[in-house]
Design a protein around this ligand. Structure first.
Ligand SMILES: *[C@@H]1O[C@H](CO)[C@@H](O)[C@H](O)[C@H]1NC(C)=O
Ligand SMILES: *[C@@H]1O[C@H](CO)[C@@H](O)[C@H](O)[C@H]1NC(C)=O
Ligand SMILES: *[C@@H]1O[C@H](CO)[C@@H](O)[C@H](O)[C@H]1NC(C)=O
Ligand SMILES: *[C@@H]1O[C@H](CO)[C@@H](O)[C@H](O)[C@H]1NC(C)=O
Ligand SMILES: *[C@@H]1O[C@H](CO)[C@@H](O)[C@H](O)[C@H]1NC(C)=O
Length: 595
């Protein structure tokens, strides 16, 4: 049983009791593992009882909410010390984290006390839940509350303040999910993101749905941060620390820098997020036993640091962190849809490509040899089983749609120059048996209305889910498909053909759709995001391109729009896919407007 550890005996009599254990950041991600959480007894023993004065802390990194349920949601903020003797120049606009074992820095003996309240109104008068807790350097001064007692599919407003003071955070807004059996009386709208590389540009894509107030929830499919040594060509766009991230200190500082982008702060403050990680939350081309340039103990320590910092900084729940740092989890949105958020990257992925291409260079010959092994998996067999159970249960309970948040592109992708050999084995193309098992599950379970969402690739790929080589598929009508894949481009990370002018990039897209029958729209040129509007009869997906990520702006272009009609398991042809028009890239049987 968890005991309630408080500072009340130590601090001045005027301070009302707060606790450490209401702050979920202390179990980031799991209290049962010494390297992955903070033993509260140690924290409270070390505290002198001294609290930061309101003027000594600031809500520099804004507020955030996430992992909405029908009756609760996670609320996040950070009490950034404004006076900090260590490395105060590390985070633009704020103060860096100051404690990390590896760096030998001493934890601070001072605590900050914070309160939250959540209400149905913007003036915060109709308060539904409130609470207070401490935060310390042990958790990088982050704060995570679970706000409870909420009504389903309802908008709430929340705010934090330094205890017993009028120093308040920005106001946040959030929304619970519909109750599982609820019929949803309006479309549910999502914004879907991946690959936000801070040095490469401004996060305009995050800000636009907030400015338009166009969605209900935000999904992030990973690469929320990048671990690389900063190398921005833009002024003030080099995040801390000034090196590739390895330590807990590094990952905290990196997350702290990213969380100063004004558009990211806006999105976090306005929408409940449902995030998962991809590789760069740890390091490039991660798999279960390493990354591009870390393995063994270095990798294990690096991953622990990265995961711990992620859980401190992100508004997500702990799924079952005793299970190999499991992040995969699911959400129900009434009878409208179920959302499975997968981890095809860090949980239990078999060997990936760590250099070289198509069997040449790096370890790619070794990977090439393994791609069709039956015992190979991108998710780990435990997660696979869970995923197939989720799909079946969701279909059996009669949820209208199954939406799958996933990292790497699912559909086959070939350049057509070596037969139909795929060119990126770091995607599902490197895990063929696992992909076959997904199709088999959809077929045997007669599971309809599955929409796969993907990121990671820095380009847009909209495909019918076609089981190529196994089941007949008609690329013109979509007959034979099992669903749809919507793979979105990056928030800022550069295109695989970065720097290529639009007309040339569009010619390459034209080549790609000619070589890949299931690929119906492809674009390499634009950075951006997509929105989904999910109704019982149909899903509409709208892809937005950001005109210029090198400056902060709300300019965006509607690149293409797609419809998925319930029961059809393919992109609607109306009369051709995407209505026959796109603003960039290449559209099968359609035209692309040049201007
Ligand atoms: C304090 O936080 C606010 C956001 O709540 C931010 O705009 C401001 O720049 C921060 N001030 C400092 C000194 O970090
Ligand atoms: C990690 O690998 C990348 C790509 O090969 C390289 O640029 C970087 O310098 C490496 N970092 C370290 C610390 O070895
Ligand atoms: C995982 O890494 C360890 C240490 O680097 C190594 O001994 C082991 O063989 C690796 N396992 C696999 C499956 O590569
Ligand atoms: C996986 O399957 C391949 C090919 O059948 C086999 O060579 C390999 O030893 C198997 N690996 C494990 C860990 O069973
Ligand atoms: C899926 O769709 C097919 C064809 O429209 C239909 O025959 C089948 O009953 C549907 N399955 C479920 C579980 O709704």
């Amino acid at each position: 049983m968890l005991c309630r550890v408080t500072l009340s005996g130590l601090v001045a009599a005027s301070v009302v009791t707060a606790s450490f254990d209401r702050n979920l950041a202390y179990s980031s991600p799991s209290r049962r593992h010494p390297s992955l959480a903070v033993p509260l007894a140690h924290v409270s023993k070390r505290q002198t009882g001294e609290l930061f004065a309101p003027a000594e802390v600031n809500f520099t990194h804004g507020v955030a909410s996430g992992d909405p349920y029908a009756d609760s949601v996670i609320l996040w903020t950070r009490l950034s010390p404004t006076v900090d003797s260590v490395a105060s120049d590390l985070v633009p606009g704020g103060v860096a984290p100051i404690y990390d074992d590896a760096e030998g820095a001493q934890p601070s003996s001072k605590a900050a006390c914070v309160e939250f309240k959540i209400a149905t109104d913007q003036a915060l008068t109709d308060v539904v839940d409130q609470g207070r807790a401490y935060t310390t350097s042990d958790v990088d001064y982050t704060v995570k509350f679970e706000a409870g007692g909420l009504q389903p599919f309802t908008t709430y407003f929340y705010q934090f303040n330094v205890c017993d003071s009028d120093k308040v955070s920005p106001l946040g807004r959030t929304k619970t999910t519909p109750a599982k059996t609820q019929k949803v009386d309006q479309n549910i709208r999502l914004a879907v993101y991946s690959c936000s590389n801070y040095p490469e540009g401004y996060f305009n894509a995050y800000g636009n749905p907030a400015r338009k107030d166009s969605v209900d929830y935000v999904l992030h499919l990973g690469d929320y941060i990048y671990e690389y040594e900063p190398d921005s060509s833009l002024p003030n766009r080099n995040p801390s620390p000034n090196r590739e991230t390895y330590s807990l200190y590094d990952y905290r500082a990196r997350l702290g820098s990213y969380r100063t982008d004004a558009d990211l702060l806006l999105s976090h403050a306005q929408f409940a997020w449902i995030p998962v990680w991809d590789d760069h939350e740890v390091a490039n081309n991660a798999w279960k036993n390493g990354t591009e340039n870390s393995s063994g103990d270095v990798f294990r320590r690096r991953k622990q640091a990265a995961v711990r910092a992620y859980y401190e900084w992100m508004p997500l729940r702990q799924a079952d962190m005793d299970d190999s740092l499991r992040v995969w989890r699911s959400f129900g949105f009434g009878t409208l849809f179920d959302l499975a958020m997968l981890d095809t990257r860090q949980y239990d992925r078999d060997l990936t490509v760590l250099g070289g291409i198509a069997g040449l260079g790096g370890n790619s010959a070794e990977v090439e040899k393994q791609v069709d092994w039956q015992n190979r998996t991108v998710m780990g067999f435990k997660q696979e089983q869970w995923f197939y159970d989720q799909l079946r249960e969701s279909s059996q309970r009669g949820a209208a749609w199954r939406v799958v948040g996933n990292q790497v592109v699912f559909s086959r992708m070939t350049l057509g120059i070596l037969g139909d050999t795929p060119f990126n084995r770091d995607q599902w193309d490197g895990y063929l048996a696992n992909r076959d098992r997904v199709y088999q599950c959809l077929e045997e379970g007669k599971i309809n209305n599955t929409v796969m969402l993907s990121g990671d690739s820095h380009a847009s790929w909209v495909s019918d889910l076609a089981w190529l080589g196994k089941r007949a598929y008609d690329e013109d009508t979509g007959k034979g498909a099992f669903g749809v894949e919507l793979a979105g481009t990056a928030v800022t990370s550069s295109s695989p053909v970065g720097g290529t002018p639009k007309f040339a990039a569009n010619l390459l897209s034209q080549w790609l759709i000619s070589q890949n029958p299931e690929l119906q729209w492809q674009d390499l040129f634009y950075r951006g995001y997509f929105e989904m509007s999910i109704g019982y009869e149909a899903i509409k997906a709208t892809f937005f391109g950001i005109s210029d990520v090198k400056k902060r702006s709300d300019d965006e272009v509607v690149l293409a729009q797609f419809l998925i009609n319930s029961g059809e398991n393919r992109l609607a042809r109306n009369p051709t896919v995407g209505g026959g028009r796109a603003k960039s890239g290449a559209l099968k049987n359609g035209r692309v407007d040049i201007f």
